[in-house]
Each structure stands twice: as C-alpha cells, then as structure tokens.
Ligand binder design. Structure first.
Ligand SMILES: Nc1ncnc2c1ncn2[C@@H]1O[C@H](COP(=O)(O)OP(=O)(O)OP(=O)(O)O)[C@@H](O)[C@H]1O
Ligand SMILES: [Mg+2]
Length: 155
C-alpha cells in the first residue's frame, strides 16, 4: 500500500487493452485531469480492479461502440468511472452482478468465457480500500461503473 496516482494506472490499463479493443472494433480511451488523483493502495490491486471493469466494458459493447475510463477528484474522494455504450444491464440485476459467480445471461456469458468473478473482485478491492462501487445502466444504451475511494488526505 502506497500513494499511487490513479491516472497512471488508468493509462497503463488502457494501453494494455488497446489490442483487445482494436480487435473488437471498440474505441477505448481515457479522460483524466492535469493534476494527480492519489489513493493509498497496492498498485496491482488498482490495476486488477480497473482491468476487470474495462474487460467487461469491452466484452459487453458491440462493434463501433465506445469505452471511456475517467479518473477525477471530488472533495477528498477519488472517482474512477468506466463508461460503455454497450448492451446495458436490467435494473433487477444491478445488485446481484457484484455477487460471486453471478452472470446475467449464463449462456452468453459462458460463450464470452466468463465465470462471474470479475465484479466480485472489483467490489472486494474497492471495499478493502474503504471505498465502494456502484452501477448505472440503461439496457440497450450502456453502463457506467463508478468506484469511489478515499484519498487518504487529512481533514
Ligand atoms: N459493462 C457491462 N455491460 C453489460 N453487462 C455487464 C457489464 N459488466 C458486467 N456485466 C454483467 O454482469 C455479469 C457479472 O460480471 P463479472 O465481471 O462478475 O463476470 P463475467 O464478466 O461474466 O466473468 P469474469 O469477469 O469472471 O470473466 C456479467 O456476466 C454480465 O452479464
Ligand atoms: Mg468480467
């Protein structure tokens, strides 16, 4: 655990998924501020958390779609958002998708090689850092996953 600039991890993840995005015909990009977004965390945990969200966003977004990763600071909270223009998630599934092994459409998810563990890992990491994760989604339009993490700043 050490002070880590979320912008750097976002950039690393976006670079590492660029070939996957290109293969799928999805435009993957990041938007981050000019100033650091520092959180106290294990860098590998942050990388795993963001990677799982980007992996999902790419998997569940059809060709010609967009996936954007945002990092920002709100007061003393670091915000990470992964937004996609993909298939979306029905409201009734919003709570359950964070459970281990839960997949919305088991047949399709298995086709995609999914085990239903990604989002439970995301939530575990967010909670272990004193934060939380939430989702907003419109079926057929897209999804936004939002992670809020304390920055560790005093006051
Ligand atoms: N960005 C997204 N858009 C639409 N559906 C999503 C998105 N992210 C997750 N889901 C739904 O939530 C389910 C759970 O996601 P999770 O990442 O836990 O599992 P997975 O992607 O199926 O498998 P794994 O991550 O273990 O490879 C998915 O099966 C999918 O139905
Ligand atoms: Mg996943």
């Amino acid at each position: 655990m050490q002070p880590t600039d979320l912008r750097k991890v976002v950039k690393d993840v976006v670079v590492s998924f660029q070939p996957d995005a290109a293969r799928r015909g999805v435009n993957l990009k990041s938007e981050v501020p000019d100033t650091p977004v520092e959180v106290v965390a294990d860098r590998r945990d942050l990388n795993l958390m963001i990677s799982n969200l980007v992996d999902n966003a790419l998997k569940y977004t059809p060709q010609d779609g967009e996936v954007t990763v945002f990092a920002s600071l709100e007061e003393r909270t670091a915000i990470l958002e992964v937004r996609d223009t993909g298939i979306g998630i029905e409201p009734r599934d919003h709570d359950r998708i964070f459970e281990r092994f839960y997949r919305v459409d088991k047949a399709r998810s298995r086709e995609m090689g999914g085990t239903g563990l990604g989002l439970s890992i995301v939530r575990n990491i967010a909670v272990s850092l004193g934060g939380r994760v939430s989702v907003e989604s419109l079926p057929g339009r897209g999804s936004t996953f939002r992670v809020e993490l304390p920055t560790g700043e005093e006051g």
